[in-house]
Design a protein around this ligand. Structure first.
Ligand SMILES: [Zn+2]
Ligand SMILES: [Zn+2]
Ligand SMILES: [Zn+2]
Length: 156
């Protein structure tokens, strides 16, 4: 997908190259798909499928190693939205997540949404909250309306 994102793709590939990584077509595809996925919260498995839809011969290990290299560079981060595999994000899309335990909808919140809470926790407990690493689980508005009696209980 050439176009507005291709400069960003080249920049990221340049960083990989500067770290001594070889730029293969598989690596390029991983970066392009991650950039194009925007905020679809792709897990590694879906990413493998998407890369292979374009380049069927790319080894799964190449894709995983590329993700690891991108994470080490700080270009990509992952978030745990639920019990399944982690989802990958470009670091500049960093935001916080709410996940509905009933319907699985993911709601993105701006970066500062939990700032007051994080500051209070650090002040009181000396603990630095990493609120970007996991999603907050709960009930979305629609599900809460359908399940009023259950709204306070834990998931079964
Ligand atoms: Zn829901
Ligand atoms: Zn998100
Ligand atoms: Zn993690």
């Amino acid at each position: 997908m050439p176009g507005p994102t291709s400069a960003a793709v080249d920049e990221i590939l340049g960083e990989l190259r500067a770290q001594g990584g070889r730029i293969t077509s598989g690596r390029r595809a991983v970066v392009e798909i991650l950039l194009a996925s925007g905020d679809q919260h792709m897990n590694a498995e879906r990413l493998v499928e998407a890369v292979r839809a374009r380049l069927p011969d790319v080894a799964e290990s190449t894709i995983y190693r590329t993700l690891t290299a991108l994470e080490e560079l700080g270009v990509v981060t992952h978030v745990h939205l639920g019990h399944g595999p982690a989802s990958f994000h470009l670091n500049d899309l960093s935001h916080r997540h709410l996940v509905c335990r009933e319907c699985g909808v993911v709601i993105d919140l701006p970066f500062g949404a939990f700032r007051d809470f994080a500051e209070a926790v650090e002040l009181q407990y000396g603990f630095r909250l990493q609120d970007e690493h996991f999603a907050f689980s709960g009930l979305c508005r629609g599900c809460a309306e359908l399940l009023p009696a259950e709204a306070d209980g834990p998931a079964p």
